[in-house]
Design a protein. Structure first.
Length: 336
């Protein structure tokens, strides 16, 4: 339970408490912390608001990579080596599609393909992406809510020195090699946050920005009008975990993009980027010296989620950090 004034901050066992957490996540890095949070709160008390800017049509199917990466991680069936896709996967369909002249650069496994078929079938029937995602996560036994940021399409367009390209062409087909100039989230202006996401934010005791790429995963979520404001207006403390450790990203192109966009590659850049939204920031212990450059409360700890136990301990430390922030906020308020 986040410290509130009446309780005086008594320590609960979190999994029995009614603590409600909302995590904002993109792909691999975000999914890892989402799993850590799911492990330490009561079943059903975690909602993950997920980026859909990476989504695209491929083989005539609606592909939602970040939703699927979060779903597979929270279901415990993700491919631990790749970070995306499923464990124990086969690629018979991919091989045959290639023989039939279809594109093979985006490697869809046979079990993953079944999920895309099911999602595409339901979307074509008019079922919302939120409802589709709910059905899929329940079928896979995930106890947490997995919430698309919007049910309307938002597509990340990457402006590079080799021209403009859809996200998956940049990320997978071109392996993030083109130098990024800028990003556009096509459709964001017209997109509305889902009711489920707004409700989760209103009820949250804690909002966690997972260590996802700020430009490719967090910014698309914040680009949706009203969603950024709903996060800002939420009563819960907002804590972000650094996606940059030791001057580089754990995985993916964040550091490369920062260099190409002439942005200093350090945690302070990320913290200051979301300064107006955040209550606190989590630095990796390798970057403790950056604490002085960050103008908000900072938790310094091990953020390298190399095991399930580290994911759990990081989640617990964030919750304790948030309790301290909340207590400080109450004491300022009541004792100012
Ligand atoms: N990423 C790759 O680098 N290569 C792939 O072939 C690939 C296939 C793939 C299939 C399903 C899926 O859900 C994700 C997949 N990804 C692949 C990862 C994906 O491009 C990224 O996870 C996100 O879009 C960025 O977080």
């Amino acid at each position: 339970m986040i410290v509130d004034f009446e309780h005086g901050g008594s320590e609960y066992n979190l999994t029995e408490s009614d603590l409600r957490i909302v995590a904002v996540a993109g792909g691999v890095g975000g999914a890892k912390l989402a799993l850590g949070l799911q492990e330490v709160v009561a079943p059903g008390n975690l909602s993950v608001i997920v980026n859909t800017g990476d989504d695209f049509e491929h083989w005539g199917l609606s592909i939602c990579p970040d939703l699927d990466t979060v779903t597979y991680n929270l279901a415990g069936i993700n491919n631990p080596e790749m970070g995306w896709g499923r464990a124990e996967e086969t690629f018979g369909a991919l091989t045959t599609m290639s023989q039939l002249g279809a594109e093979e650069w985006f490697r869809i496994g046979d079990r993953d393909l079944a999920l895309h078929l099911r999602r595409t079938e339901w979307l074509r029937q008019g079922v919302s992406l939120t409802e589709v995602t709910e059905r899929l996560r329940r079928s896979l036994g995930v106890p947490s809510d997995i919430l698309p940021m919007s049910d309307q399409p938002v597509r990340t367009l990457v402006h590079t020195e080799d021209g403009d390209m859809p996200f998956q062409h940049y990320f997978v087909r071109c392996r993030c090699e083109p130098a990024v100039i800028d990003l556009t989230f096509v459709g964001a202006e017209q997109a509305r946050p889902t009711h489920a996401a707004l409700a989760a934010l209103a009820e949250a005791d804690l909002i966690v920005f997972c260590p996802s790429n700020p430009y490719l995963s967090i910014d698309p979520v914040l680009s949706i009008p009203h969603l950024r404001r709903a996060i800002s207006n939420a009563k819960a403390p907002k804590v972000a975990v650094t996606p940059i450790v030791g001057g580089k990203a754990i995985k993916g192109p964040a550091a490369k993009m920062m260099r190409e966009m002439s942005v200093p590659i350090n945690p302070a850049t990320v913290a200051n980027r979301y300064q107006d939204l955040l209550t606190g920031f989590v630095l990796d212990q390798q970057d403790a010296d950056w604490r002085a450059e960050i103008d908000m409360p900072v938790l310094v700890t091990d953020t390298m989620m190399t095991s399930l136990e580290v994911k759990r301990s990081l989640a617990r430390e964030i919750i304790t950090f948030a309790e301290q922030l909340q207590a400080a906020r109450f004491s300022e308020h009541f004792f100012a």
